[in-house]
Write a protein that binds this ligand. Sequence first.
Ligand SMILES: Nc1ncnc2c1ncn2[C@@H]1O[C@H](COP(=O)(O)OP(=O)(O)O)[C@@H](O)[C@H]1O
Ligand SMILES: [Mg+2]
Length: 334
Amino acid sequence: MSLLEIDGLAIALPTRTGVRRLVDGVDLRVEAGEVVGLAGESGSGKTLTALSVLGLLPHGAQTGGQIRFDGRDVLALRRRELRRLRGADVAIVFQDPTTALHPMIDIGTQLTEHLRVHRGVSRKAARARAVELLGLVRLPDSARALDAFAHHFSGGMKQRIAIAIALACEPRLLIADEPTTALDVTVQAGILQLLDRLRRETGMGVVLITHDLAVMNVTADRLYVMYAGRIVEEGATRGVLDSPRHPYTRALLDALPEGDRHGRPLLPIPGEPATPEARPAGCPFHPRCVHARPECSSRVPELVTLAGGRAAACPVDPLRGDGSSVELARHRGG
Ligand SMILES: Nc1ncnc2c1ncn2[C@@H]1O[C@H](COP(=O)(O)OP(=O)(O)O)[C@@H](O)[C@H]1O
Ligand SMILES: [Mg+2]
């Protein structure tokens, strides 16, 4: 049994002009001690998928499928049980650390609130733990930082503090939603190293969400690529990035700045991401796909299992430009 098992997750939201299917049939696994990447352009459904694990979907959201955390059926939990899940098992860190930090409450109080309220820890013990947490995220001069306020810190330091607050409950799963997107590249690297070290030291599972495949390259063990509410490719990060099997993954890689593309020219993905209001028939990526064939506009490709623990939802192999190797794997039962 995996730490987190998502099977056939569907999320729909009613709007004035009808019900929008925002996430559609997502399967995802996270093991303890593993960093799992969830990648894809803005609007692909990454955040909604993450929020569903914490029971934090927008009001009125309709869900289908199953989410199991440590065997527990998350979508069936009552509000109180969900609060307990968020207080003890699953924590989330968002892109903008300022939203996670209260501007008027000192860092020490924010770090120890959870321990004092939920665990009944004494003030002194809580303070000692707060220093330890800030040490864990390598915040310099952690004892002095306890009496400081959010505005005293840079963006990168604020994100470290937000991560320390998330770690206060010793979560077994940490979801980091674009945790470095708002930070400078040099600061970004420090946060990614921190996440990597924390999962090794604590054994927690990490879901790292980002649109940036270069970030995945250095941090994620396994990668899921999402487009228009679906997983279109998955596999070990190295394999997926070295030989992408879905044209969308290939297009994301070709759009990366120099240094990550093995000398290929920079090619922005043509067109706009498919929106839930105007999702094309068939494969939602086909209007932007250089490998599209006539049948792509009518049939939604299934995620097909390939050799080596990989899967892709496209009959075309972008490395070969035809479907032969996928067909081969299918005939082998791979
Ligand atoms: N509260 C909401 N109400 C209506 N639509 C939403 C809401 N939250 C997200 N969406 C829509 O759901 C889709 C997926 O959003 P999201 O999960 O935030 O994508 P990502 O995190 O990959 O950028 C987008 O089309 C977005 O506009
Ligand atoms: Mg998002």
